[in-house]
Design a protein around this ligand. Sequence first.
Ligand SMILES: C[S@@+](CC[C@H](N)C(=O)[O-])C[C@H]1O[C@@H](n2cnc3c(N)ncnc32)[C@H](O)[C@@H]1O
Length: 281
Amino acid sequence: MIYSEILKKGSNFLKKNKIENPDLDTELILSKVTNKNREEILLNTNNKLKNKDVAKFKNYLFRRFEKEPMAYILGYKHFWKHKFLTNKSVLIPRPDTELVIEKTLKYLPIESSKKILDVGTGSGCIVVSLLKDRPKCIATAIDISKNAINVAKTNAKLHQLENKINFINIDIDKYKSYNYDLIISNPPYINSIELNRLDDDIKFHEPMLALSGGFDGFRDLRKVIIKSKKLLKINAKLILEIGHSQKNHCKKILNENGFYINEISKDLSGRDRCIVSTKLQ
Ligand SMILES: C[S@@+](CC[C@H](N)C(=O)[O-])C[C@H]1O[C@@H](n2cnc3c(N)ncnc32)[C@H](O)[C@@H]1O
């Protein structure tokens, strides 16, 4: 079969299950199978796909038909300025989380050499992006998931940061290392009602451990705030990603734990997404 036929059939197949970008996804899958970029594919639509690659193509296409996210099928996702390896053990890096990077960089001058902790590092996208832009900083990144830590380590290596980031597979509850200048975290914060309403792509494919923030969505945010109070130096910053309806309650928990709110920022859809705070006492 030639590329143009494959693309047409693939896209029509995805449309049957209401996949959002059937043309683009089919092109990207063909690009993965042939090891050619999308432009090469589209400029050579009369090329023939080898029989052995047809089977691979069908396999990936079927996974997409079943609503598996493209980032897991392709094995990577672009975030901030870099490419991150992704698999089912980690949350797919989101554009919303780039706001956390933007805000954190604002509070970290280019020459700063701070000691940073990333709680719930997942793919490592936050800590790796920060250290690429602030090369004099050092960091520890923790996650309760061993498989996530392995992915994050691979990403750190890919970006030549394996000597700057210490990865630890541990629950934030059990972590006891002090004197951080900055803690950043995008903890699981989806409550049990919203969890059921998520798109199938997310609900059935991304790790529950990375999504569910317990019944009220605050289980892990609360843990991170309370623990950060102990782990941070006085006047150090805690920067959190939050759910769009969590601003007020999060402010309350922060204030109760001795944090001053510096700034609350909205994501690209105009929803509250990031809180910058300072530990006062
Ligand atoms: C929403 S994901 C964020 C991943 C990544 N930082 C990002 O922004 O894409 C939350 C991460 O926190 C981890 N996690 C959940 N509970 C945790 C806990 N109690 N201690 C440490 N990590 C935890 C999950 O395994 C998951 O990788």
